[in-house]
Design a binder for this molecule. Structure first.
Ligand code: DOR
Ligand code: ZN
Length: 344
């Protein structure tokens, strides 16, 4: 039995850092383990232009504690008014590594998202030309589509048509939650990647709803049936280069989670690597954790892998149940079982 595991330092290919006091509180937890992260642009107001991304990047770097080594990879929030030339300039300068598509109304702070996909066609064509990836929140938002079907319907109605009409566009299916998404991604060429969160490898929909409602397990896309969770586990632990880690760590204060209409998001930054080591060990795939967390993402984004390492040791880690922020406590995701692996 292995008791230590050293891997290339991992990256997080989907992260919510927020801004202000919340950012100052959560950023050190990611920077402690991850070298880089794709930073989601769903602030209020969203990060739409290159200038706004530069300002946000500067605020992240100013909030990074002295001595920590972390590189934020910035994204732009795609709106129907996004200017293709601004996107291309932000990419050419090295600032922006992806553009994020939120269907209007799909999730937290997505009111500025896209309703009419024809209006973003010039931007998508420019992105295909320059090799800038589109990160997609893959859920339709029509009220008549059941929330548990929204990802599968999105693939048929939106994702596949966009990819067919924009040849060469690099697309990341973000935080996939279904076997439909795994099957779709597995059948595509290397212009398609898919991120998988830590929490979707651990919980299914029963964890949210059975035996009392668990707001801290509520996120979007919502966790699905057990058969889907198992499909995600097989994809993540397969070593297949199309699948890589995007935690979607999404902090909300407990006050905002525990409302009659509570916010969506699981805060997994502090204990993601401990949980993943255990998940991969449970599936006899500890030797493939590095591919999922540290190798496949850089390969998709055309970036070098990190030259530093991260070591995990078989010892029970000590994570707080919640972290304190100036805005109030934020509960850390509880996998529901004791953790065996610590980052050392
Ligand atoms: O659970 C989620 N939380 N899903 C998202 O897509 C957004 C995120 C957030 O920003 O809180
Ligand atoms: Zn997200």
């Amino acid at each position: 039995m292995t008791d230590t595991l050293t891997i290339r330092r991992p990256d997080d290919w989907h992260l919510h850092l927020r801004d202000g006091a919340m950012m100052r509180a959560v950023l050190p937890h990611t920077a402690a383990h991850f070298a880089r992260a794709i930073i989601m642009p769903n602030l209020v107001p969203p990060v739409v232009t290159g200038a706004q991304a530069q300002g946000y990047r500067d605020r992240i770097m100013a909030a990074l504690p002295e001595g920590m080594d972390f590189t934020p990879l910035m994204t732009l929030y795609l709106t129907e008014d996004t200017d293709a030339a601004d996107v291309a300039a932000a990419h050419a300068s090295g600032l922006v590594k992806a553009v994020k598509l939120y269907p209007a109304g799909a999730t937290t702070n997505s009111a500025s998202g896209v309703a009419n996909f024809d209006r973003v066609r010039p931007v998508l064509e420019k992105m295909a030309e320059i090799g800038l990836p589109l990160c997609v929140h893959g859920e339709v938002t029509e009220a008549d589509i059941d929330i548990f079907d929204r990802e599968a319907v999105f693939i048929d109605r939106v994702l596949d048509p966009i990819r067919r009409s924009t040849p060469g566009l690099r697309v990341v299916m973000e935080h996939i939650t279904t076997s439909d998404a795994v099957d779709y991604a597995s059948a595509q060429d290397d212009t398609l990647g898919a991120t998988i969160t830590t929490h979707h490898l651990v919980i299914n929909r029963n964890h949210i709803l059975a035996g009392g409602i668990k707001p801290h397990y509520y996120c979007l896309p919502v966790a699905k049936r057990e058969e889907h969770r198992l499909a995600l586990r097989r994809a993540a632990t397969s070593g297949d280069a199309r699948f890589f880690l995007g935690t979607d760590s999404a902090p909300h204060t407990d006050a905002n989670k525990l409302l009659p209409c509570g916010c969506a998001g699981c805060f997994t930054a502090p204990n993601t690597m401990s949980i993943l080591a255990q998940v991969f060990e449970q599936d006899a795939a500890l030797d493939r954790l590095e591919a999922f967390a540290s190798l496949n993402g850089p390969a998709f984004y055309g970036l070098p892998v990190n030259d530093t390492t991260l070591t995990l040791t078989r010892t029970a880690p000590a994570y707080p149940a919640h972290i304190d922020t100036e805005d109030g406590p934020v509960t850390v995701f509880d996998p529901g079982w004791p953790l065996d692996w610590s980052v050392t």
